[in-house]
Design a protein around this ligand. Structure first.
Ligand code: ZN
Length: 325
């Protein structure tokens, strides 16, 4: 993998390549952003570029360091991942001991701490010291999708690079390149909220089941029938899974957009859920255009509020009462 293989995040790639050209890659870095946007892959490309024998600001993919790093078999590049669900102090101790030794075969030592939010207190404290004054030949890249739980003392010692979700268009394009059908690519891209890794791993049957369930819920809210199902699923006392709710709201939002297009007699090729066109048409009798727009606004607001980390239970309760009012 080289820079060109990491999709989206052009600005972030440019920053890193410029720094490579000037030999100014920071020694302590924090890559943060949603899951599945390529943070760890980019950290690996950076590790290769720093050790590449042919290129200064990219991985050539053919020299022996590039190849060895791809095979996870290069002594100067170490990836540290949680042991079970935790990154333990022993793992950080090994990092620290090694970081002070000159590279064995490469030009730079690179340590990639994946899921850095899983460092326990001891491990995080232990890491602090080396982040303050890493040796010039060692680079530590922390990778996390949840920077909020990383200690401020760690963050303040790192150069932070924030990643954006991969755009829906890019995900759709990649899926098409991988041989997915047009309709499937479009639907999957819609569902994954910018998470490319998830897009590539979702099972089609699972997606269909999720959409069918979401449609049933959506319809019950529209018709104000059997609304208890929604309550039972999303406003009960059980802890809500954020990801699950995000998915449902994404699907709801796409239903609303499609229903508006149908109402406006637009080309059905524009639909996000083209396979639901006939089903949508059957809602004509009980859904006005203004109601669909109102729904879309409320759902999009709930989505926005969720990104802002507002209390989930409160948010769902208020969305629910807004939708059935
Ligand atoms: Zn190379």
């Amino acid at each position: 993998m080289a820079f060109k293989d990491i999709l989206g995040n052009e600005r972030q790639k440019k920053i890193l390549r410029k720094a490579l050209q000037k030999d100014r890659i920071p020694n302590s870095m924090l890559f943060c952003g949603l899951e599945g946007v390529g943070k760890k892959s980019l950290a690996l490309v950076l590790a290769k570029a720093m050790n590449c024998e042919k290129k200064k600001d990219d991985a050539c993919e053919v020299c022996s360091p590039c190849k060895a790093i791809s095979r996870d078999n290069f002594p100067d590049v170490m990836v540290i991942s949680p042991d079970g669900n935790i990154i333990k102090i022993d793992q950080i101790r090994i990092l620290k001991q090694t970081a002070y030794l000159k590279p064995m075969v490469g030009q730079k030592r690179v340590f990639i701490v994946a899921e850095a939010e899983k460092m326990n207190e001891e491990a995080a404290n232990s890491l602090l010291k080396i982040l303050e004054e890493p040796p010039l030949f060692s680079h530590i890249i922390l990778v996390t999708h949840n920077p909020d739980v990383i200690k401020p003392t760690i963050k303040s010692r790192c150069q932070i690079l924030s990643f954006q979700p991969v755009s829906r268009e890019d995900i759709e394009k990649i899926l098409l390149e991988k041989g997915f059908g047009k309709e499937r690519a479009k639907i999957i891209a819609l569902l994954v909220g910018g998470n490319l890794k998830k897009a590539l791993n979702l099972e089609w049957e699972e997606i269909q089941a999720k959409r069918a369930k979401a449609w049933e819920l959506f319809l019950s809210l529209l018709k104000k029938e059997k609304v208890a199902t929604f309550l039972k699923n999303y406003v009960s006392s059980r802890s809500l899974r954020r990801e699950e709710l995000e998915e449902v709201l994404e699907i709801f939002s796409s239903f609303c957009r499609d229903l508006i297009l149908i109402k406006e007699k637009s080309d059905i090729r524009l639909l996000m859920n083209p396979d639901y066109a006939e089903v949508f048409k059957k809602t004509e009798n009980f859904l006005s255009l203004s109601k669909a727009m109102d729904y879309l606004e409320k759902i999009d607001y709930a989505f926005y509020a969720m990104q802002k980390n507002l209390n989930m239970n409160l948010l769902v309760t208020s969305l629910f009462s807004n939708l059935i009012s």
